[in-house]
Design a binder for this molecule. Structure first.
Ligand SMILES: Cc1cc2nc3c(=O)[nH]c(=O)nc-3n(C[C@H](O)[C@H](O)[C@H](O)COP(=O)(O)O)c2cc1C
Length: 396
């Protein structure tokens, strides 16, 4: 028997726990995930969001633990994406008269595009309210955090912000609250989620945070992971910091290598940063997933990327990383392209071009090394990297 969990009097978590999800549309989810839905018991019983379609049975079972699902009057759909709306068709079959509340116009259009014209939709805009009894829900559209239709729902009576993807983390747990699992563990997943899902929309996050400052809440109930009740100020601070786009004095060295010369260069670049007192992290693309690397990109001012030449181009692992990073658009970074080659430095040159298209500040040319490493070449690389980075480090 699946149980609902009361998170405040008459407000229940009724979501699904995806313990074994390990790849969420290309993003590795080593801790699984949850699809959080929330049931509010008032004169008009209201469900906030649904779940990914395979978890619909779990959702309905948890709702049934509290009420007959046929008694739901409203379903708020904060976000069209199918991990939150996948349960709508099944719910609409049980309660055809329930009104589905969604953002106007993008939510309305999006839900129609996904599920056809049969849903009983009501569009709302920022500041619109819905009275459900002693509670009044207020809707705030948060466009591009992280889709055009995204919105959050504020419950003033309970002081809860139902934030959908914002402040979420892919984290499956038998616990529901931040203080039950420990802040550092949750922040790792919150940072990874922000970096892989929200990073390109920092300006929109800043705007949303400004709007939300007018609302007083002591609980943030996101659509993935644990609920924030003890560490609300901490996660708000993190979102302020991450959305500012202001990186830390920190270098991330990312590379792939066939015969270890590019690897030796990566190690030497890391040593150069350590000598300058700048914290460093070195990640080999053969053993690190790009979605894990992106959590580091979020904070690093310096991003060194190395590839040897393989068949007149860069290595496919490096190309995939650069393609993914360009889409997530970290701004204001210093790039350090490097790599080894046999007879033509196309690999490191293409890394350079890709970092240029990311709008990174770059040296005049990539740091290259023909064939295998030697001490003299590595010492020269070490000194050149220090010389280049000193231009920015002194100013930081
Ligand atoms: C399968 C293969 C294809 C290669 N293709 C090229 C090439 O097109 N152009 C080139 O200049 N070097 C090419 N090389 C040589 C490597 O770029 C060279 O060995 C380099 O030093 C390897 O760097 P690494 O030790 O970081 O892997 C190739 C090497 C291999 C193994």
């Amino acid at each position: 028997m699946l149980k609902a969990v009361e998170i405040k009097p008459d407000v229940f978590w009724v979501g699904g726990i995806d313990w074994n999800e390990r790849n969420f549309h290309g993003y590795t989810t080593e801790r699984g995930s949850t699809y959080n839905a929330y049931l509010i018991l008032d004169e008009q019983i209201t469900l906030i969001d649904t779940c990914k379609r395979p978890f619909t049975g779990e959702l309905i079972d948890r709702i049934s633990d509290i009420v007959d699902p046929a008694s739901i009057a409203y379903v708020v759909s904060n976000h069209v994406e199918m991990d939150h709306s996948g349960g709508l068709p099944a719910l609409a079959a049980i309660v055809p008269d329930a009104t589905i509340v969604t953002g106007e116009p993008k939510g309305v259009r999006g839900l129609r595009a996904h599920y056809g014209d049969g849903l009983n939709l009501m569009g709302v805009k920022t500041g619109d309210t819905l009275n459900i009894g002693k509670r009044t829900l207020t809707f705030v559209q948060t466009p591009m955090v992280h889709w055009p239709d995204s919105m959050v729902t504020y419950d003033e009576y309970d002081k809860i912000l139902f934030s959908n993807d914002s402040f979420g983390q892919h984290y499956a747990s038998s616990k529901r609250f931040d203080d039950e699992v420990g802040l550092p563990e949750v922040l790792v997943q919150a940072q990874k989620h922000y970096a892989n899902i929200v990073m390109p929309y920092g300006k929109n996050v800043e705007a949303a945070l400004k709007t939300l400052a007018a609302y007083h809440f002591d609980m943030i109930a996101p659509a993935h992971g644990i609920i924030w009740r003890t560490h609300v100020p901490e996660i708000l601070d993190c979102y302020r910091q991450w959305s500012s786009g202001e990186p830390e004095e920190y270098v991330l060295v990312v590379y792939d290598s066939m015969w270890h010369t590019t690897e030796a260069m990566a190690v030497e670049i890391t040593e150069a940063f350590m000598e300058m007192g700048i914290p460093a992290r070195l990640l080999d693309l053969k053993v690190n997933h790009i979605s894990d690397i992106m959590a580091e990109v979020l904070c690093a001012r310096y991003i060194a990327v190395g590839s040897p030449t393989l068949n007149k181009t860069m290595m496919p692992t490096v190309a995939a990383f650069l393609c993914y990073m360009r889409g997530l658009a970290p701004a204001g970074r210093v790039g350090i392209p490097f790599g080894s080659y046999g007879w033509a430095p196309m690999g490191p040159n293409e890394v350079y071009q890709q970092l240029e298209s990311c709008k990174f500040t770059l040296p005049e040319a990539p740091f290259t090394h023909q064939w295998v490493e030697d001490e003299e070449g590595l010492t020269r690389l070490h000194d050149e990297v220090i010389q280049f980075v000193s231009l920015f480090h002194a100013k930081a």
